[in-house]
Design a protein. Structure first.
Length: 255
């Protein structure tokens, strides 16, 4: 049970988690583990948190809001239990909008096909910060503390992105050790890659889901989770950005 005394947190400690990994790069590679990042403290982007709860980039929150946000960012690590898993697979064939990986997994997307036709391998990953934070945010909302709930939820979203950046850095290091580079990360639901392709991403993981469950509607639980791919190949793959040729100026995923 979580007990809150706002604006400060009081919570049971999250047990430390150990990281385990393998650094081979021949054929299929599996790496899974739990992560501690600076005692579970991510470098949360405060401005992004404020934008997520409705502040315009040029607006200044009230002193009370500043204090609340700062305190929640400082203490939210108590609710974060990061975990990740990824595999690195060979790309067997790219034909049209279809990509066939070793093991028979097929990705269907023109954008992903154009990326992976330049690559030799692909890393498929899934990660989460766990469900402690979303449970705490739900409890706050149930108690009528809607603003506090929104702040904590936004911090969780940013922490999930920071975890994804950390996992991408690990994949990049593995690739670099083989004289290769990595692309940006892409997730089902972006561009023309349908969200139903989550099923293919999870199939590629062969059961190592880092504690993440996929519903029949392709929703990941815990909600603060990300799955996706990173292409691995020669230096040119790092420059691939489909946003440069896309006309959707209002896309939230635009990079």
């Amino acid at each position: 049970m979580f007990i809150f005394c706002l604006p400060y947190f009081h919570a049971a400690d999250v047990s430390p988690l150990a990281l385990g990994a393998s650094n081979k790069m021949k054929g299929e590679v599996k790496i899974k583990g739990n992560m501690v990042v600076a005692n579970n403290k991510f470098n949360i982007n405060k401005q992004q948190v404020l934008r997520d709860i409705g502040y315009a980039p040029d607006s200044k929150p009230s002193p009370r809001m500043e204090s609340l946000t700062d305190d929640y960012i400082e203490n939210a690590h108590q609710f974060i239990a990061p975990s990740f898993s990824y595999v690195i697979r060979d790309i067997e064939l790219v034909e049209g909008a279809s990509v066939i990986l070793e093991g028979g997994v097929i990705f269907e997307s023109g954008v992903i096909a154009r990326l992976l036709e330049k690559c030799q391998k692909v890393a498929v990953f899934v990660l989460t910060i766990g469900d402690y934070l979303e449970d705490a945010a739900a409890r706050l909302a149930q108690d009528g503390l809607v603003l506090q709930s929104a702040v904590l939820d936004a911090i969780g979203s940013d922490a999930t992105e920071r975890l994804a950046d950390s996992v991408a850095d690990q994949i990049s290091e593995v690739a670099h050790n083989q004289g290769l580079t990595t692309s940006r990360r892409f997730s089902p639901g972006y561009c023309d890659w349908d969200v139903s392709q989550q099923k293919m991403a999870f199939q590629a993981m062969k059961g190592d889901y880092a504690g993440v469950n996929l519903t029949d509607g392709c929703l990941m639980l815990p909600r603060k989770s990300i799955s996706g791919i990173i292409g691995i190949g020669p230096c040119g793959v790092a420059n691939y950005n489909p946003c440069k040729t896309c006309n959707r100026q209002d896309c939230v995923g635009r990079r």
